[in-house]
Write a protein that binds this ligand. Structure first.
Ligand code: HEC
Length: 172
């Protein structure tokens, strides 16, 4: 019995020694490659399209602002309207031209003011003002879509939360 245990622990020890030896060998190879100036294989660049960014960075935030505003959760809404503003600014940097127009200029003409209005209502904790400004923001999304021949992308206020794991009421 004792002999079996000893044999087992000895074989476990030899496995760990082999592992350590393997790691050391790999480290040696890596430092050799570095010394020879071999660069690691480059990661392919990811270039998101306007549609990718609208779906991932803009649409969920528009939804969340609507849900937080309906709950009068001004703390969260303050955070999320700033996220939306920054998302548009990043889009303008990532995709400088949209259908032949300067994206930053488009963002500035189409959505900056509606975002300012929502932000001001949130800051003032003005529930009615928020409701009006959110309608105007949503309209601005659609106006830009119309001018970009994407009139079939129609945005509206969310009718319910698609986020089962986020509480838009808590944290007020
Ligand atoms: C500066 C103009 C502009 C503004 C403002 C704008 N969009 Fe867009 N949006 C576009 C363009 C252009 C497309 C089409 C992108 C494409 O086809 O690659 C688009 C597409 C979309 C799509 C379709 C993506 C899909 O696969 O279903 C959604 C959703 C969307 N926008 C949401 C919004 C929301 C929400 C707002 C307002 C908060 C908004 N957009 C404001 C220009 C804009």
């Amino acid at each position: 019995m004792g002999g079996v245990l000893l044999a087992l622990s000895l074989s476990a020890a030899s496995v760990s020694l082999k592992l350590i030896a393997g790691v050391l060998a790999a480290a040696g190879l890596a430092s050799q490659a570095a010394a020879q100036g071999a660069a690691p294989a480059p990661q392919p660049d990811y270039h998101p399209s306007m549609g990718d960014l609208m779906t991932t960075a803009v649409q969920p935030r528009h939804t969340k602002i609507g849900l937080a505003g309906a709950e009068r959760n001004w703390a969260y809404a303050t955070y999320e309207i700033s996220e939306l503003r920054n998302a548009f600014n990043r889009i303008a940097r990532t995709i400088p031209m949209t259908n032949g127009s300067d994206t930053a200029a488009l963002v500035s003409t189409r959505i900056k003011e509606p975002i300012d209005r929502v932000e001001a209502a949130i800051k003032a904790k003005d529930a009615k003002g928020f409701d009006t400004a959110y309608v105007a923001l949503t309209k601005a999304c659609n106006t830009c879509h119309e001018t970009q021949n994407k009139q079939f992308v129609v945005i509206k206020a969310p009718s319910g939360s698609p986020y089962p794991d986020q509480d838009f009421h808590a944290g007020k």
